[in-house]
Design a protein around this ligand. Structure first.
Ligand code: UFG
Length: 335
C-alpha cells in the first residue's frame, strides 16, 4: 500500500518493547513523526531509534490525555501489554488490568482528545484451539488462556466503539508467533529472561540457561510438539505501516491475521537453532505448559489481498539467523 504524502504523527504505546521498537524504526524510516509512550517495565530506552519518549503508565489517564493533547497524533498504535501465555494462567488479573482495563483507559483518552484511528496489537491466542486450520479471521473466538481472553475483550471494545462512533476506525492485527530481529541487527528482543521459544533457544546456545525445555511431546502433531506460524518481526512491522496507510486512506475498520500460513514444530525450531548457531545445546523434554494450543497456523489471504502486504523474510532460517546476530551483539555489549 502506498505511503500517504504528508507527514503524519503516530503515538505509539509500548514503543520501547520488542515489536513496538521495530515498528517505531519502520515508521521513522518511512518519514512519520513518532512519539513513544512506555513505562520501561519491559521496554528499553536504547531500543528507541526514532522520536521522543514519554515515560508513563497506561493506567495514568491524566498523563495519556495530556500527552495526546500536546502531540495531536493522527493515529495511535497500541503495543503496551503483557504477553506471556503461561504467566497469564497463573496471574490472570495482571492480564485483565494491563491488556483490557488499560486499553479502555487509552480509548477513553483518545475520545477525550479527538483521536479517531487506532492500530491494535491483538493475538492469535484469541482463537484458542481452533478446530480447522489455517485459522481465518471469521473463526469464532474461543481463547483458552487469560492472555487470549484479555486481548479478545479489547477487540470487543474496539468493535463496539467503531459501531457507536463513526469517527472511530481501527485495525486489529492478530499476531501469530513473532520472532527474529532487525536484519541490520540494530534491534531485537531484549529481555533478560525471555520465555518465547526462539529467544530462549538462542540464549541457551549462548550458555545463559543450562538447557532448553520442550513443553510437551504428546500433542496430536506429527512429532508430538506444538506447531506455530513464526513471523519475522520486520515483516510484522511492515504490516503495521500497511495498516496505517489503509486507515489513512479512509477504509473501514478491519481485522487481519499476521502470519505466513505455514507452521513449524518446536522440534523443527530447536533443530534449526542448533544448525544456525552450530551449538548442540542441551534439550530436555518435559510436561505440557498450561494454556498451549497444539497447532496455530494463520490464514493470511486477507492481509495479502486487502493491505497488499508483501512479506520479505518468510523463512525459518532467516528468522533464526537475524535473531542470532542480535543475541551475539547483546553478548558483545555485555547485556
Ligand atoms: N516452548 C517450549 N519451550 C520453551 C518455550 C516455548 O517448548 O522454553 C513451546 C511452547 O510450549 C509452545 C511453543 O514453544 O508450544 C511456542 O511458545 P512461545 O512461548 O514461543 O509462544 P506462544 O505460542 O506461547 O505465544 C506466542 C505469543 C502470543 C501469541 C501466540 C500465537 O506470545 O502472543 O504466540 O501463536 F498469541
Amino acid at each position: 500500500m502506498q505511503q500517504t504524502e504528508h507527514k503524519k504523527r503516530v503515538f505509539v504505546t509500548g514503543g520501547a518493547g520488542y515489536i513496538g521498537s521495530h515498528v517505531v524504526l519502520a515508521l521513522g524510516e518511512a518519514g512519520y513523526e513518532v512519539l513513544t509512550y512506555d513505562n520501561l517495565s519491559t521496554g528499553n530506552r536504547d531500543s528507541l531509534l526514532y522520536g521522543d519518549l514519554v515515560v508513563g503508565d497506561m493506567d495514568d489517564k491524566e498523563l495519556l490525555v495530556k500527552t495526546l493533547t500536546a502531540f495531536k497524533p493522527d493515529a495511535v498504535m497500541h503495543f503496551a501489554a503483557s504477553i506471556e501465555v503461561g504467566e497469564s494462567v497463573s496471574n490472570p488479573l495482571k492480564y485483565y488490568r494491563n491488556n483490557s482495563a488499560n486499553a479502555l483507559n487509552l480509548l477513553e483518552a483518545m475520545r477525550m482528545t479527538g483521536v479517531g484511528q487506532m492500530i491494535f496489537s491483538s493475538t492469535a491466542a484469541v482463537y484458542g484451539n481452533p478446530a480447522k486450520l489455517p485459522v481465518v479471521e471469521e473463526t469464532p473466538l474461543l481463547p483458552i488462556n487469560p492472555y487470549g481472553t484479555s486481548k479478545m475483550m479489547t477487540e470487543h471494545f474496539l468493535a463496539d466503539l467503531s459501531l457507536a462512533d463513526k469517527d472511530f476506525r481501527y485495525v486489529a492485527l492478530r499476531y501469530f508467533n513473532v520472532a527474529g530481529a532487525d536484519p541490520q541487527a540494530r534491534l531485537g528482543q531484549d529481555y533478560a529472561n525471555p520465555t518465547h521459544l526462539i529467544t530462549r533457544a538462542l540464549k541457551t546456545a549462548l550458555g545463559a540457561f543450562p538447557k532448553l525445555q520442550v513443553f510437551g511431546t504428546d500433542y496430536p502433531t506429527e512429532d508430538g510438539t506444538c506447531i506455530r506460524d513464526y513471523i519475522h518481526v520486520a515483516d510484522l512491522a511492515q504490516a503495521h505501516l500497511d495498516a496505517l496507510s489503509y486507515l489513512f486512506a479512509g477504509a473501514s475498520s478491519a481485522i487481519f491475521n499476521c502470519g505466513y500460513g505455514h507452521g513449524f514444530s518446536v522440534t523443527d525450531v530447536v533443530d534449526m537453532a542448533k544448525q544456525v548457531t552450530g551449538i548442540d545445546f542441551l534439550v530436555e523434554e518435559t510436561d505440557r505448559r498450561e494454556g498451549d494450543p497444539a497447532e496455530l497456523i494463520a490464514g493470511c489471504a486477507k492481509i495479502r489481498n486487502v493491505l497488499d502486504w508483501h512479506p520479505r523474510h518468510d523463512d525459518l532460517e532467516t528468522i533464526l539467523k537475524t535473531a542470532w546476530e542480535w543475541e551475539k551483539k547483546l553478548v558483545a555489549r555485555g547485556a
